[in-house]
Design a protein around this ligand. Structure first.
Ligand code: KG4
Ligand code: ZN
Length: 334
């Protein structure tokens, strides 16, 4: 019989639960975004995020079981994000999961949030198999990974300073566009032209990234110039950042001779990134580049359930002492 995984994601400002049967049968997939609450502060307020998770989780869980038309006793395990993320936010989800596990006498599975983002692609593309390359681009991380096996990832390159999503968010704040910045810059860029040459730090150097210089260059540009169209500035910034991500990922694919590439994390929702990837695909027919559907790019619990499934079938369970690890890295993945 296929296992049924109930999952919880509360690492940042989305409260999410899901129920997944086997690898791909979605029984429930619920996300409550707190964006409207945090945007008045210009970013996520950790304590408010934690309190909202506490308010929402119980009702969301009840709704998930109603939607799935199963009883809580029928689940096989509970998967929960234990890091990386905001510690207070993680602790709420983790404690809720432990309470359920104790009450239902079901095993607990601790899932690395980054691993969840990667596995979002497996929900959409069940045929995916390692080895493949991953470009992981979220609010907190920017990495190129070599997936050698299902639970074995090697870091090929990563950011030395800001993450890609963080750069989008900070630049949006500089331009007074509000929070979260990625979608705002994406939208604005569609009305502008990338006519300004912003720096592409480390473009020709290895696989590591650095975005703080690009951010500073943009800050000086807006201070030293007056007659610019904000749409053009947004489009130029977006192009410099995304072109760098794509250039390095394609280089890694050539150097390592791996033609399967998956893109994961919130920035994978970017429309210019998606357009550029399609260009790369039409230029090199051997490349298979996958990115998750938009609703699975940003934080959700379905991806946590899918990643949890991989641990479930390998009997990788956590005990009830599992702690939240705010700076959990990828090497701690298993
Ligand atoms: O993966 P995610 O939901 O949360 C983390 O795990 O960090 O990613 C959120 C990040 C934010 O920085 C947000 O600005 C960015 O993803 N993002 C985008 C777009 N949609 C979300 N960045 C660029 N273009 C987008 N369309
Ligand atoms: Zn995330």
């Amino acid at each position: 019989m296929e296992p049924i995984i109930f999952s919880i994601e509360t690492s940042c400002d989305e409260t999410a639960v899901a129920i997944l049967r086997g690898k791909n049968e979605v029984l429930s997939h619920l996300v409550v975004s707190q964006i409207d609450i945090h945007k008045v502060f210009g970013g996520v307020v950790p304590e408010i995020a934690a309190r909202k998770h506490l308010n929402y989780l119980n009702n969301l869980t009840e709704k998930a079981f109603e939607e799935a038309e199963i009883e809580p006793e029928e689940i096989s395990a509970i998967a929960v994000t234990y890091g990386p993320g905001l510690v207070g936010a993680l602790l709420i989800g983790l404690n809720f999961a432990k309470g359920l596990a104790l009450n239902l006498n079901k095993p607990l599975i601790g899932v690395n949030h980054l691993y969840g983002h990667i596995y979002a692609n497996f929900l959409a593309f069940p045929e995916l198999k390692p080895p493949f390359l991953v470009l992981l681009v979220s609010g907190g991380h920017t990495m190129i990974l070599h997936a050698k096996d299902y639970l074995h990832f090697e870091i090929i390159g990563q950011t030395m300073d800001d993450a890609a999503g963080e750069a989008f968010d900070k630049v949006a704040r500089m331009l007074n566009l509000g929070y979260p910045g990625g979608p705002k810059i994406d939208e604005l860029s569609q009305k502008g032209e990338p006519i300004y040459e912003f720096p592409k730090p480390l473009y020709h150097k290895g696989y590591d990234f650095s975005f703080s210089g690009l951010k500073t260059a943009l800050l000086y540009f807006t201070k030293e110039n007056e007659n610019y169209k904000i749409e053009d500035v947004a489009a130029s910034f977006q192009k410099a950042l995304i072109d760098t991500l794509i250039h390095k990922t394609i280089k890694a694919s050539k150097d390592l001779k791996i033609n399967d590439i998956i893109i994961a994390g919130g920035v994978a929702a970017n429309s210019y990134l998606r357009e550029k990837i399609n260009e790369e695909k039409s230029r090199n027919k051997k490349l298979n580049i996958y990115f998750p559907p938009l609703n699975l790019c940003t934080d959700n619990a379905l991806m946590i359930a899918r990643a949890g499934y991989e641990k479930y079938i390998r009997n990788q369970f956590a005990d009830l002492n599992l702690d939240a690890v705010p700076n959990l890295g990828l090497k701690d993945i298993c």
